[in-house]
Design a binder for this molecule. Structure first.
Ligand code: ZN
Length: 270
């Protein structure tokens, strides 16, 4: 289900003066889907309450000529848990998907995956966070209630059945879904997998329809890991490899290029 309810998205944006902030505010304020914009020049923070995807907001902010780095997503009140999956796999397919538990019944899933063939691709939470044989060791669709495969709005579905995401002609799928079955605390340590073909949501009549949606090969996957929620990110968002916030923006989001030796690799699409 597409999410219409606004959520807070926090970006770090390089801003040196109030007039920079005014330019950023101008591209956001009044846009369909944008409810409010809060800018703190001193902290170089932009907080947007909107129903747009984080990638759409980032594109708007960067249209001012400034770089923006996503720092976090937040609900309206408490943070019930958030997680991130860094997706990588076959060839050029890579991405970042964030999960945020907005309430007991609502999990927001916001992500960008690049390098896909244009069209629909099945997206599922798989039961295991095991990448020892790449995406093949992720297990089957997460299915604790032993149901048949289905679509996200069906009651007969695997908990992991998130339906399809759609890539544009540029190979990018930018999406924001809300799901009532997924609970962040239940899926941390499992994996997220994007497939080569469209998921038929159990309706295709193929022998695999009721098992996997017949969505082809596993293209890319990532372990779902606990992450910081809104306002919890330190300035160094990836202390693991010593990359600062601004350097991070120019790194591939996953794969070999993340290592320190390969600085100067092409810009990432965070
Ligand atoms: Zn399934």
């Amino acid at each position: 289900m597409e999410s219409e309810r606004p959520t807070k998205v926090e970006f770090a944006v390089q801003m040196t003066c109030e007039s920079c902030a005014d330019k950023v505010r101008a591209v956001l304020q009044g846009k369909p889907g944008v409810k409010s914009v809060d800018i703190d020049v001193g902290k170089e923070e932009v907080l947007v309450e909107s129903s747009l995807t984080s990638a759409e907001l980032q594109t708007l902010i960067e249209s001012t000529g400034r770089r923006a780095v996503l720092k976090g997503l937040g609900g309206s009140q408490q943070d019930l848990g958030s997680a991130v999956a860094i997706m990588s796999g076959v060839g050029q397919v890579q991405g970042v998907v964030r999960l945020l538990q907005l309430s007991e019944e609502r999990c927001l899933i916001d992500g960008t995956i690049d390098g896909l063939e244009p069209g629909a691709h099945g997206l599922h939470v798989h039961s295991l966070g095991d990448l020892t044989q790449d995406c093949l060791s992720c297990g089957e669709h997460y299915n604790p209630f032993r149901r048949q495969h289905g679509g996200p709005v069906d009651s007969e579905r695997h908990v992991g059945d998130l339906g399809n995401i759609v890539a544009g002609l540029d190979g990018r799928a930018s999406f924001r879904l809300e799901d009532s079955h997924i609970k962040v605390w239940d899926v941390i340590g499992r994996s997220l997998v994007v497939d080569s073909e469209e998921d038929d949501l159990g309706q295709g009549g193929h022998p695999l329809s009721k098992q996997t949606g017949n969505s082809g090969q596993r293209l890319a996957c990532g372990i779902i890991a606990r992450s910081a929620g809104l306002f919890q990110n330190p300035k160094q968002i990836c202390a693991c490899d010593g990359v600062t916030l601004w350097e991070e923006r120019d790194r591939p989001i996953a794969g070999k290029g993340r290592s320190r030796e390969s600085a100067g690799t092409p810009a990432a699409h965070l």
